[in-house]
Design a protein around this ligand. Structure first.
Ligand SMILES: *Cc1c(COP(=O)(O)O)cnc(C)c1O
Length: 368
């Protein structure tokens, strides 16, 4: 692609930090892990942060830490990245999908309330495209029904809800650091929580179930979900640069809004007043008069023109194995399906220039 869909913002400082770790000889379980964890915990406003090897691993550790057992239900959204419900399947729990709101594209708290049964163990809202879910409503439901809440904030580092950062609102939150996220460590993730017990469980399970310093004492079933000091060194510098990075992303979003804001054939995700968005992707939704096939043609033609773009998100419940093995069907979540059939993620990263945004928008309008 001439204009990439996404890409990391890596400066000279990250490169030097990696070389310094390589020279130090401490490539894992060294000081950079804790430094990165402290940086994220203090930025997010959470008591604990636990680095792990991906956002998906972080979700899995949390599902185990809150004790999801086979058959337990976890209420979540189908308009997300597949990992946010796969983590429930890892433990043979049941992801119970409920529909989204037509304007915010986040989980509908009313539908969430209606889906709670005696088997429900937890609620798992996702901060879709960086917008924090309606957490006041979600937390009210959790209190009323005595449920745990895991916030999938993998796309929302830096977003706030009533002034509090995503990842600090629920029992625990998770961030991902794949190169398309706000900050990257190549691969990586981070759990944030104020709950001492959840933190201790995640720390232990991340490191093969160890509780003590003894390398060969394993107190519980664990995994190797550690993140290396090489990755964490990148993360430390990315966190030092986070205001600069989010500022650049905000500027790119403004360029798009200026050019597409008055365009009646597309609309944007409505951002609720409680939320201040940290921009993750720039997604437009085509008007309902366009079919899914029309949308797919637009994506193909944009790519033909060298412009990276994607059908972001594809509904989770319509993925092949969710349909074939778990019995989900087309038509079950009509709002999600209607939105997902019409969304297009446009190129969005720190290195985009205003003239590239001009070209993307002009090409999109011509295709529409
Ligand atoms: C990226 C992402 C994840 C998973 O992150 P990885 O680090 O790729 O495992 C989970 N949920 C959502 C919503 C994401 O966007």
């Amino acid at each position: 692609m001439r204009i990439e869909l996404s890409g990391p913002d890596i400066s000279e400082a990250e490169k030097q930090a990696v070389v310094a770790v390589l020279s130090s000889g401490r490539l894992s379980l060294g000081p950079k892990v804790e430094e990165f964890e402290r940086a994220v915990a203090s930025y997010v406003g959470a008591k604990h942060a636990i680095a792990c090897s991906s956002g998906t691993c972080g979700l899995h550790l949390l599902i185990r830490a809150i004790g999801v057992q086979p058959g337990d239900e976890v209420v979540t959204t189908p308009f997300s990245f597949v990992a946010s419900s796969n983590c429930v399947l890892f433990e043979k729990g049941k992801p119970v999908f409920v529909d989204i709101e037509p304007d915010t594209w986040n989980i509908d708290p009313k539908a969430m309330g209606a889906a709670i049964t005696s088997k429900t163990k937890a609620l798992l809202p996702v901060d879709a495209f960086g917008q924090v879910a309606k957490m006041n409503e979600v937390l009210d439901l959790a209190r009323k029904h005595k449920l745990r809440v895991i916030e999938d904030s993998c796309e929302a580092l830096g977003s706030t809800y009533n002034g509090k950062r995503a990842g600090s609102l629920a029992d625990a939150g998770v961030f991902g650091f794949y190169p398309n996220k706000q900050i990257t460590t190549g691969e990586g993730g981070m759990i944030t929580t104020n709950d001492d017990q959840i933190a201790a469980m995640c720390r232990s399970m991340r490191n093969q179930g160890r509780d003590t310093m003894s390398w060969l004492a394993h107190d519980r079933l664990g995994y190797n979900y550690r993140l290396s000091d090489i990755n964490c060194a990148i993360g430390v510098v990315q966190m030092q640069r986070i205001e600069e990075i989010l500022g650049k992303r905000n500027r790119v979003a403004d360029w798009y809004k200026q050019r597409l804001g008055g365009e009646s054939r597309v609309s944007f995700q409505r951002v609720i007043p409680e939320c201040k968005l940290s921009w993750f992707v720039f997604v437009v939704k085509l008007a309902d008069s366009y079919s899914e096939e029309n949308r797919n043609t637009v994506i193909q033609r944009l790519r033909d023109a060298g412009i990276g773009c994607s059908n972001y998100f594809a509904p989770i419940h319509l993925q092949k194995f969710y349909r074939e093995d778990l019995g989900y069907k087309q038509g079950q979540f009509p709002v999600c399906e209607r939105v997902a059939a019409r969304t297009i993620a446009l190129p969005f990263h720190c290195h985009l220039t205003e003239s590239q945004v001009d070209e993307v928008c002009a090409t999109l309008k011509k295709l529409l």
